[in-house]
Design a protein around this ligand. Structure first.
Ligand code: GDP
Length: 396
């Protein structure tokens, strides 16, 4: 808001100064009937123009110094700036960000109208699915489904084949291993009198701290009071990084000493959150430890501490780096059992990731991918949208 006011003042000043130097200005001012003595005092070309100090300027008086045309130009410029600002807050598009995943099915798309669905075409489809990183299990599942459709004469052409692949992948993403609709919502409410805590777990470098920062920004923008617990005491930079996000988002932060006990940091954060009527605690955890204590054992302890009154763990989000491909699935398996993950945040889908790993995680682990990272900026963390994602994967 302050920035906007400053911008308006600057634009008005510049516009008025331009007018002041234009010959015949006084006649024009008289024509629009808006000249005031004050405006002449500010910018009187005849008297040698001097700019007044900003705090002496009366905005309304200066508006009067502009002719209608110029004033409208200034307003139009303002509106364009606001529209640009609104646009920059639009969520990033999957198609645009998943640059590495696009084009994997292009050779099949090249023969969309072809009615020949033979082993050659099916072999190409299989190779495309594998290169998209959906994993061997998912590829086999999709191939079985399309082969039986082809055998039943349900696929007219290559376009129909790709349509069947799309439907199959969407069905895999829509249902969990037990056949229930996948719930990708984030639990923001805790039992009465308790503070919801979201724990973020995952190995070093996957993007836990950045994800927390992005979420803090989004949650605070929606009016929630957020507290960050800097539980990654292994990396000194993680605390500093989180402190920066806390400044940007206005969220409070509780930090510990480097090498300190992560559970102690989380304990302090939750006590503080209870006392301050915080709406949500976002707790970072370490991906490595200084001590020889087993990481997963340490995370279990952090979870137990976070769940003590007034805290209540409502989400344990496993953060995985999509660029590590099938390795992310292996990590997910190790973490999810130990800490009881409730969902996955898949980061760096904009990078060199092939993206299909989303399907593998859902299918092979039964864990819902709740959020995806499509870039490093504060607005680049978005809820996972299966349809937009599959279309980005399959379309050219
Ligand atoms: P942590 O060790 O798990 O806390 O990982 P960090 O949050 O420090 O992230 C490691 C690096 O990954 C940083 O350079 C982040 O900016 C980057 N990063 C995190 N999320 C994304 C994402 O969605 N896209 C891209 N391109 N980079 C990301």
């Amino acid at each position: 808001m302050t920035a906007l006011i400053v911008l308006v003042v600057v634009l008005v000043l510049v516009g008025a100064a331009v007018l002041a130097f234009r010959p015949g200005r006084k006649a024009k001012d008289a024509a629009v009937g808006s000249t005031t003595t004050a405006s002449s005092d500010f910018f009187d070309a005849d008297a040698g123009t001097t700019l007044a100090e900003p705090d002496e300027i009366d905005l309304e008086v200066n508006e009067g110094a502009l002719d209608e045309e110029t004033f409208e130009e200034v307003i139009a410029g303002e509106e364009a700036l606001l529209a640009e600002e609104r646009e920059s807050r639009e969520p990033p598009a999957y198609r645009e960000r998943l640059s590495r995943s696009r084009g994997l099915f292009s050779s099949l798309r090249g023969r969309l109208g072809s009615t020949k669905i033979d082993e050659d075409v099916l072999g190409e489809l299989e190779a495309s699915l594998l290169s998209a990183d959906v994993g061997v299990g998912t590829t086999d599942h999709v191939m079985d489904a399309v082969r039986s459709k082809a055998a039943a004469g349900e696929l007219d052409d290559v376009g129909g084949l790709l349509g069947a692949v799309r439907a199959e992948l969407l069905a895999l993403l829509a249902l969990d291993v037990d056949g229930n609709e996948v719930d990708r919502s984030l639990a923001r409410s805790a039992p009465a009198g308790r503070v919801p805590v979201w724990l973020f777990v995952g190995v070093n470098g996957v993007g836990k701290t950045t994800t927390i920062g992005k979420l803090a920004t989004a949650e605070a923008a929606e009016g929630r009071r957020v507290l960050l617990a800097a539980g990654d005491t292994f990396r000194a930079a993680a605390g500093d990084q989180l402190a920066l996000w806390s400044e940007r988002s206005g969220a409070e932060i509780v930090k510990g000493d480097e090498g300190g006990d992560p559970s102690a940091v989380v304990f302090d954060a939750i006590q503080r959150a209870g006392a301050r009527k915080v709406d949500l605690v976002l707790a970072d955890t370490a991906g490595r430890l200084h001590t020889k204590v087993n990481l997963l054992e340490e995370l279990k302890k952090v979870r137990r501490v976070a769940d003590r009154e007034p805290g209540s763990v409502t989400e344990v989000l496993l953060v995985l780096d999509a660029t590590t491909g099938q390795n992310a699935v292996v990590q997910a398996r190790q973490f999810s059992d130990a800490v009881g993950a409730t969902g996955v945040v898949l980061t760096k889908l904009d990078g060199t990731a092939r993206g299909g790993v989303v399907v593998a995680i859902g299918r092979e682990l039964g864990l819902p991918v709740k959020l995806v990272g499509l870039g490093e900026g504060p607005g680049d963390l978005v809820p996972f949208d299966a349809e937009a994602f599959i279309d980005a994967l399959l379309e050219p």
